[in-house]
Design a binder for this molecule. Structure first.
Ligand code: 9WN
Length: 452
């Protein structure tokens, strides 16, 4: 079977900005399925939730109406309880192209699933969507597309509200301000943040399965191990047994993590939703609700910041203990311009544990600190750089009016992309392209950075 790298263009020398923009738009067009975009040509042949939000940010620079369609299509698969699913499956994809497939998720056991509308997985991913929609509006306003986009925003706004309400309520029944995640696939799959919780799992019987991901990458060392996959699949079996019922899951399910990164993306998204609220003329009650969510999330994150290190740590609800692993999630206060913990987080960002590490090829944010024992520079979320993560930190720095740092991160990121191309992730020291090539969200952030 061929890998995404086999079909990707090879960049012998660094691309110019014009070349980078053209190639990035080509990646989106190649992965365009007519209204929605595959996350990558072969490795990810479906519509992924947070990928699709970044992709919409990229489309906004190519065709702003197409950008809105990307989000409208995703939200057609929204669950009745408001959840936006991690994957909306492509009915045209080859049955053997990706695993787990709709049959394994069997979301029809849950009355909230959009049965008959779309086939989806049963979990979710970080809520970048309102950030994307606000960016689309920023690009569209003042152009001839403005009123058409505003009309679409009116349709999308209540859906975004329902999505954020789902996260604020179903995923935070105790009102802590922090979102509970249920599965590593809710965003940062193979992060060492999950190692302790996964190690405690007693893995029961998992129906036989064949991993499809390994046929699409150059070597298995770039992806999670088989033992980790067994744990991922066992969690899926348990979620099915709980019928994807949030209340039941919070009672007895063994992977419950108060996730600082997911929550800080939600805070950024709620701030963006206030802009969308202005564009659509939302009610005072709606605006007040969003503001309350911002404040609750901010307070939730503040409570996770370790007094000594200044790092924001997830909380493992199984033990009640903080997960003290040095990853980019620890820098989460930087995603919220209103966080009281920014100054210390900035020092951590600049330190040799992160962007100031002398071995980095570009000064940016590796997924796991190069100073951490578990740092693994080629393995999924355990060390490599993800351009979309840099994009979120760049946005957070810019929102916080840290113009010099934001600009330095944008420049370093663009320079890395000129050399590496649109890889899913890359080695922070050597710049070796890893994972899939022609990854849609990487192309998307390139387009946005070029225009910013
Ligand atoms: C499972 C699509 C997705 C991203 C995730 C990333 C990876 C999938 C996988 O790819 O996860 O969702 O099969 O490894 O971890 O963040 O959305 O790009």
């Amino acid at each position: 079977m061929s890998t995404d790298s086999d079909i990707a263009p090879v960049y012998g020398t660094a691309l110019t900005d014009v070349g980078l923009g053209e190639q990035a738009a080509d990646v989106l067009r190649t992965n365009d399925m007519g209204g929605w975009t595959k996350a990558a040509p072969l490795l990810y042949p479906h519509q992924w939730s947070w990928d699709s939000a970044f992709v919409a940010i990229g489309w906004a620079q190519v065709d702003v109406r197409r950008a809105m369609t990307e989000q409208q299509r995703l939200f057609e698969a929204q669950w009745a309880n408001g959840m936006v699913p991690q994957i909306v499956f492509n009915p045209l994809a080859d049955a053997e192209s990706y695993f787990p497939d709709p049959a394994r998720w069997a979301v029809e056991v849950c009355p909230e699933a959009p049965v008959g509308v779309a086939e989806t997985s049963g979990i979710c991913q970080p809520p970048v969507h309102a950030i994307a929609v606000a960016r689309i509006w920023e690009v569209a306003r003042g152009t001839t597309d403005a009123e058409a986009v505003r009309t679409e925003l009116r349709t999308l706004f209540p859906k975004l509200m329902a999505w954020h309400r789902y996260l604020a309520e179903n995923r935070d029944p105790s009102g802590s301000g922090l979102v509970t995640t249920y599965h590593p696939w809710e965003g940062i799959d193979n992060s060492p943040r999950w190692d302790g919780v996964l190690a405690r799992l007693e893995v029961g019987e998992v129906p036989p399965y064949v991993r499809r991901d390994l046929s699409h990458v150059a070597d298995a060392g770039q992806r999670p191990s088989n033992a980790t996959y067994d744990r991922f699949l066992w969690l899926l079996e348990l979620l099915k047994r709980f019928r994807y019922d949030d209340a039941a899951i919070h009672e007895a399910y063994p992977f419950l993590v108060k996730d600082v990164f997911f929550t800080s993306v939600l805070v950024m998204a709620n701030r963006a939703l206030l802009t969308v609220a202005d564009a659509v003329g939302a009610t005072c009650a709606e605006r007040a609700q969003i503001q309350t969510w911002v404040e609750r999330g901010r307070a939730g994150i503040a409570a996770t910041v370790d007094a000594e290190s200044g790092m924001a740590y997830d909380v493992d609800l199984g033990t009640g203990a903080p997960i003290e692993v040095a990853t980019f999630a620890g820098l989460s206060p930087l995603l919220d311009a209103g966080s009281p913990h920014r100054a210390r987080a900035l020092r951590n960002l600049d330190s040799s544990a992160f962007a100031g590490h002398p071995g980095l090829r570009w000064a940016m944010v590796p997924s796991t600190s190069p100073s951490a024992e578990c740092f693994d520079p080629r393995n999924y979320w355990r060390g490599p750089v993800w351009p979309i993560v840099n994009w979120l930190f760049w946005r957070g720095l810019r929102d916080g009016r840290d113009t010099a740092r934001a600009e330095a991160l944008r420049e370093a990121s663009l320079d890395s992309l000129r050399h590496v191309g649109f890889a899913e992730y890359f080695h922070p020291m050597t710049g070796e392209a890893l994972g899939s090539a022609m990854q849609s969200w990487t192309a998307a952030v390139a387009l946005d950075w070029l225009a910013s």
